[in-house]
Design a protein around this ligand. Structure first.
Ligand code: ANZ
Ligand code: ZN
Length: 833
């Protein structure tokens, strides 16, 4: 056995772990608990390197915690509902369920080949009845508690395919299949009242000290708390228009009023005037995401209406309808201040509306020209009684006057919107509601749950197959028994991922979770995933947990105690002469140049980018595992970069990792038995134990790897001794979280008892960490004249003797005896002449 054979060894140990049940989490265990979780994957088809990196990190931590004596919960499942399965159904004529379950089977096998320490007995898939049925029950709990409501809201509508589109199906404002410009359309949809939790979700961020600051900041911005003023502009013909502003200090810079195309005044006008109706239709084109609305070209329509400025009865402002004003934010209307708001500036420039400076960086800046909107705070100018006040003072002054004058009210506003959870799609959790003409929207009685998603659906025409199902959507009203209609919207898949970590912790058949069991594990101690989920998923999961807490189902407020967001796996990109992308397998290197294997043509190399199918710069984990083994892949994933940074995939890197695996194997199998001690090596071993432990504790996997490299170097160099043999055994335990198969095989080769996976984490002797030697500064009359090395803890008299005896010092002394010698042990000897 001089060569380690990953293929044979890995399969063997994976089977043994499975047979021993060692990764099963026992909720009733008296041991302290550790819940390690990586964001569960969407079963898109195959595991990619990003998954491998993410799950390897979690796995190392899970194995480390286990060795430390924790009862570890480290589960895996599938975020299995969602659009791609329906797209596959439309394109490949395969049922979304079949497509999804096949993908799960394939990806599960891939994960198993990587040897992850997962409790597969708790595996779940959100598309299965024993998950989404419980989700329906939770939805009804929230419904009863008043946290669910229905409201008209805008969706993306494809006018050619006659279907609602998900945001990701809108590409540059057009339907992904029809290519037709997307319109906004109003539909009745279900919402969760996340805005009720805005303040506590914001405050809760303060307690999440094991989260990256940047993620907390992103959530804070998303919640977007701001203090502002809501106030009325009176209309000369009677009535008024309410606006919300966060910059009341700019009130004298107002140039126009803008209302949303969905504003009641706009709709009333449209009912009478065709030109208004036409404009509104135009303004509603384009997607519904805030980002799209923000970047779309500004469009306006002058209604001819005017309003009166609240602080000057002689000042009339024109009322425009503008496409950038959202209906569901503030009051759906704003007053435009082009001098100090970028959107207003663009709008005013386009339509020739006045632009006035009302904020400057000093009172003498009142006349400085404006070449763009300046939104920085400063002092008020051109603003009558506000002139000279700071922005904050001026804000407070206007709010005070508005409240005193009864024309406005100071208001705290959150940018956070209620969470629209309705999706007009098939492959999702059916919303358990029944619509009755007489009784309205009636929740499905819990005894009638689950509402099972029908299997017999067709995807030959666009739209939601549930709408055109011949029987499924026809039901009797649970209240009055009249013929009624089932809700055909399904839940946003973010609902599915908002509580899967609870279901992992406890999965009884008859309810979503057992409270005591769930609380034994929660909160998740360490959550690991991509930063792309920094806002939505993490915020929704925090909300869902708090909602359950509020309705008395759980006493946990924050679901994820620690959060870690790992970097991406990147790879160089390659392009053929015609500009098309080439995959790494299609190219070969000669010297500094690359060629296309098939055509022999030269290839240009592009930037190092995240591995993605579109750029073809992906490396498939399977072929790499095949070639180098799982441990080498795991080792490489951990070694080259700090885990929060991007990791560039390279053949050199994986080959280096593979060589290392074999080096460790040779150490473990080289039978250099000998007696005798090696104090220096033992000292290095203890340092490595401490360093690896500290690195894993703080998720600095690359540092753990570096410490292990050092230790392996030291062991290789050391002469055979009993200490060396012992060091190799400990090394194997230290390496086990990262390269578990190698560790097991080596452990067995060393005659270790049982499996490495059951070995406790080694402890180090703190005394061994201290340097044996210290450097002593020798001063003569306070000036540094010499340094010498001495054993740590050498008594004063000995140090003094060493210093005085040194040749260099003797030269300074000459014949005279020192007047005084000051000794600071382990640090300094000062000789005063
Ligand atoms: C006047 C003003 C002057 C504004 C200025 C900004 C800068 P945040 O801070 O994100 O909460 N606004 C109000 N309602 C809106 C709506 N329904 N759709 C789009 N924009 C709307 O945004 C608050 C600001 O966004 C408000 O303050 C308002 O413009 C605009 F120098 O009022 B501001
Ligand atoms: Zn009824």
């Amino acid at each position: 056995t001089d060569r380690f054979d990953p293929a044979a060894s890995e399969a063997r140990w994976q089977e043994r772990w499975e047979a021993s049940g060692c990764f099963r989490a026992d909720s009733a265990s008296p041991k302290p608990k550790a819940y390690v979780l990586e964001m569960f994957p969407y079963p898109s088809g195959r595991i990619h390197m990003g998954h491998v990196r993410n799950y390897t990190m979690g796995d190392v931590l899970a194995r480390f915690r286990r060795a430390q004596g924790y009862e570890v919960l480290h589960p895996m499942g599938w975020d299995a509902f969602g659009m791609p399965a329906e797209n596959a159904a439309m394109e490949k004529k395969v049922h979304p369920g079949d497509w999804t379950r096949q993908n799960i089977a394939g990806m599960r096998a891939q994960l198993k080949r990587l040897g992850f320490a997962l409790d597969w007995s708790r595996e779940l898939a959100t598309c299965e009845l024993d998950y989404y049925g419980h989700e329906q029950a939770l939805f009804l709990d929230l419904f009863e508690a008043g946290l669910v409501f229905r409201r008209e809201s805008e969706v993306n509508w494809d006018p050619v395919d006659m279907t609602v589109l998900a945001n990701e199906q809108v590409i540059d404002g057009r339907g992904w299949r029809s290519g037709a410009p997307v319109e906004r359309r109003k539909l009745n949809q279900w919402f969760l009242r996340i805005t009720d939790f805005a303040e506590e979700l914001l405050e809760g961020l303060g307690s999440l000290d094991q989260w990256p600051d940047k993620v907390r900041l992103m959530q804070e911005n998303w919640i977007g708390k701001s203090r502002g003023l809501q106030f009325r502009f009176e209309r000369p013909e009677g009535g008024s228009i309410e606006v919300f502003t966060t910059r009341p200090d700019t009130i004298f810079g107002a140039s126009f009023l803008a209302i949303s195309p969905g504003h009641p005044i706009a709709e009333a006008l449209a009912a009478e005037r065709q030109d208004v109706a036409d404009f509104i239709a135009l303004a509603k084109q384009g997607g519904t995401t805030a980002a799209e609305i923000e970047t779309a070209e500004k469009l306006g329509f002058d209604t001819g209406l005017t309003v009166t400025h609240p602080l000057n009865p002689d000042w009339q402002l024109p009322v425009w309808i503008a496409n950038f004003v959202l209906m569901d934010y503030g009051t759906g209307a704003l007053y435009g201040v082009p001098g100090h708001d970028a959107r207003d500036f663009e709008f005013a420039t386009k339509y020739g509306l006045p632009i006035t400076r009302v904020v400057a960086q000093g009172v003498d800046g009142a006349d400085a020209p404006l070449s763009e909107a300046e939104n920085a705070p400063g002092v008020a100018v051109n603003s009558r009684f506000l002139d000279g006040m700071t922005t904050d003072e001026a804000k407070a002054e206007i709010i005070r006057r508005a409240e005193a004058g009864g024309w406005g009210q100071g208001k705290t506003q959150y940018r956070l919107r209620d969470w629209g959870v309705s999706r007009q799609r098939y492959w999702g959790t059916p919303i358990p509601i029944i619509h009755c003409d007489a009784c309205g929207a009636v929740p499905v009685p819990k005894a009638q749950l689950p509402v099972v998603l029908p299997e017999d659906v067709s995807f030959d025409v666009p739209g939601n197959p549930l709408d055109r199902h011949s029987t499924w959507n026809k039901v009797d009203c649970p209240k009055c028994s009249a013929a009624a209609r089932r809700e055909t919207d399904t839940l946003d898949t973010f609902v599915d991922s908002s509580w899967y970590f609870i279901r992992f912790a406890s999965q009884p058949d008859d309810k979503p979770f057992d409270r005591a069991e769930a609380e034994a594990w929660l909160p998740v101690g360490q959550y690991i995933g991509g930063v792309e989920h920094a806002i939505l998923h993490l915020l929704y999961a925090r909300f869902w947990t708090r909602a359950l807490e509020r309705i008395g189902r759980l006493s946990v407020k924050e679901p994820f105690k620690g959060l870690f967001t790992q970097g991406m796996v990147t790879h160089e990109t390659y392009r053929a002469g015609d500009g098309s992308w080439l995959s790494p397998e299609q190219v070969t290197r000669n010297g500094d140049d690359w060629t296309h294997i098939e055509s022999g043509e030269p290839v240009s190399t592009g930037r190092v980018e995240k591995m993605s199918k579109s750029k073809k710069n992906v490396v498939d984990p399977d072929s790499i595992i095949e070639r180098y083994g799982a441990d080498a892949v795991r080792w490489f994933m951990l070694s080259d970069s700090p885990p929060e940074r991007d990791l560039e995939w390279s053949i050199g890197g994986i080959e280096g990792a593979s060589r290392f695996v074999h080096r460790v194997w040779r150490l473990a199998t080289s039978p250099a038995q000998a007696d005798g001690n090696d104090a220096a090596l033992t000292r290095k071993l203890h340092r490595a134990i401490a360093a690896v432990g500290a690195a894993l504790e703080s998720l600095q996997f690359n540092k753990a790897v570096a410490a292990l490299y050092e230790l392996v170097n030291a062991v290789e160099k050391a002469a055979p001794s009993a200490d060396r043999t012992a060091a190799i055994r400990t090394l194997v335990v230290l390496i086990a979280p990262m390269a578990p198969h190698l560790a097991e095989e080596a452990w067995a080769a060393l005659g270790g008892e049982g499996m490495v996976v059951d070995q406790p984490w080694p402890s180090h002797d703190p005394a061994m960490l201290v340097d044996e030697e210290v450097t002593i500064a020798v001063q003569v009359n306070g000036k540094l004249r010499h340094t010498l090395n001495a054993p740590r803890g050498l008594p004063r008299e000995d140090l003094q003797g060493l210093a005085l005896g040194a040749d260099k010092v003797a030269a300074f002394l000459g014949d005279s005896a020192p007047r005084k010698v000051i000794v600071v042990p382990d640090r300094l000897v000062n000789i005063v002449l």
